[in-house]
Design a protein around this ligand. Sequence first.
Ligand code: 5AD
Ligand code: SF4
Length: 443
Amino acid sequence: MKEDKKFHIQTMGCQMNERDSETLAGMLTGLGYSKTENRQEADVAIINTCSVRDNADKRFFGTLGQLKKIKEQRPDFVVCVCGCMMQQQHIIDRIKEKYPWVDIIFGTHNIHEFPQLLRSVTEEKRKIVDVWDEAGEIIEGMPSKRLYKFKAFVNIMYGCNNFCTYCIVPYTRGRERSRHPGDIMKEVRDLVADGVREVTLLGQNVNSYRGMSEKGPTDFADLIYMLQEVEGLERIRFMTSHPKDLSDKLIQAYRDCSKLCRNIHLPVQSGSDDVLKRMNRRYDRAKYLELVNKLRAAVPEISISTDIIVGFPGETEQDFEDTLSLVNEVGYDSAFTFLYSVRKGTPAAEYEDQVPEEVKHRRFNRLVDAVNTHSAEKNAAMAGRTERILVEGPSRHNKKTMTGRTDGFKVVDFEGDSSLAGTFCNVEITQGKTFSLVGRLVP
Ligand code: 5AD
Ligand code: SF4
């Protein structure tokens, strides 16, 4: 076998998948492989898929088509596909039928098995489909190769119990399972010892975290208070928060815990009570606005972002106007906007009153304009302020510029040396743009 074996991983979708890919990278590194950004020279290629919207599905099958060419030239090239799409039987059937040269298909619940699966393929030249319908025990202590040295994702829970009617995640990631608080604390302490200054706690709905420590039940806010005490850790973030479970205790934690960043991603999905009900979100507009008010009363400078779906089945013009007015009322710092995408197997896919594409697109464009107007205003208002930035590295657009994030998660570009990567700097904001800020390093 050749000495310098290489792997390539393409990750689609959310931070959960990013984190899973870090685990896969860790396992491959342990097996003696090194990472390459060029799939052409890889010995093993993994595509970690997302099934939350249809465009990710399409992109995946497009990529598979490209891999076929490499496989034809080099039959030893190992092609592995995993992630949320593989938890759906109709996808597996399609791969087996149209892309039979794929070597390994595995799912979201058995990532830990990957080294064994790979060995079977490379040594026995077998094709493997191994997807578990249900999650087993949470596996601790898996290796990981992080994207950044100084910041890290930390899973605190897996799965989702909410069954929003548009969403495939409860079917692909299974029921909620919380990690033991002790395991989370150990992971964070180890990360800090390894140079990490910022952690992002991950879960589909972190507010429903339920752990059990020696001292008794531990909820999400308790976890934040525990992490506040970790010496060397400077910033705590989390993703994602479901409005129905956001507690007053967590809002209080923003006041008490200096390390908890002044930022929240609070997906609203729609501003119409009727749509929210049919989405099974289990809060209404008034309750959501009340949460926003409470958060701002507790932490006036908090930045708020959200997710919004346009064109959910049955969405009327008035429902859409309600979403627009909510966007204007909240004045988000930023928002991810999505066209509703039919997901096979979800309740909403069966709803008869699907919104025509052109109506969806028209509403979508109006929504994006409203969202961008608020982002630009919020960012412009930052001019003149000095912000503490965690520097990430050179900007993607201009190598002479460094980029980092404020406590409120806003991107700031400024002139500085690449040696600043991974450090905290004070930067005076000179300009606010729609999607980012420009600043000047304060000596
Ligand atoms: N169509 C469009 N957007 C969706 N999302 C989840 N499922 C769908 C779907 N079927 C969006 C939601 C969620 C985000 C991660 O993706 O806004 O918060
Ligand atoms: Fe999907 Fe709703 Fe669960 Fe989020 S809370 S993952 S939108 S089902």
